[in-house]
Design a protein. Structure first.
Length: 137
């Protein structure tokens, strides 16, 4: 089962956060948003299908996240939890930790924004299409 999100890069993408990365529906990004990798997403957490969210709310769920831009990809493995709220109109945050709030899409991620390929980050700084694929394993 998968969900595909289309977003945009932004010149203020820094991708420097050590424990998270985020995709948002918001269109504005300041340099302080160092975990945000894409803006203007066509889906927020509230737009994910109920079936997808139900399967992600399982302690054994594994989520493969692929971030793709101009032919460069980054794959991240994260995990679901029965405690996930999955209720936010704009933000989807993937965390290396086990912290959960309404913005949390997945926990125990294999990478944070800081660990993304710098070539990809260079592309994410441009006003280009970013494709984010969420695939439940």
């Amino acid at each position: 089962m998968e969900e595909v999100i289309h977003a945009r890069g932004h010149f203020n993408v820094r991708s420097r956060h050590e424990t998270t990365f985020e995709v948002t529906r918001e269109t504005h990004l300041t340099p302080r948003g160092d975990c945000i990798i894409a803006v203007a997403a066509d889906k927020g957490m509230d737009d994910l299908s109920e079936e997808f969210k139900k399967k992600l709310r399982d302690d054994n769920a594994t989520l493969e996240i692929t971030v793709e831009c101009n032919g460069i990809q980054e794959k991240v493995i994260a995990h679901g939890s029965r405690q996930l709220i999955l209720k936010h109109p704009t933000d989807m945050v993937v965390r290396k930790s086990e912290f959960i709030d309404g913005r949390t899409l997945a926990i125990k991620a294999s990478k944070s924004a800081k660990e993304f390929n710098r070539k990809l980050v260079g592309e994410l700084k441009k006003d280009v299409v970013v494709k984010v694929t969420l695939r439940l394993k």
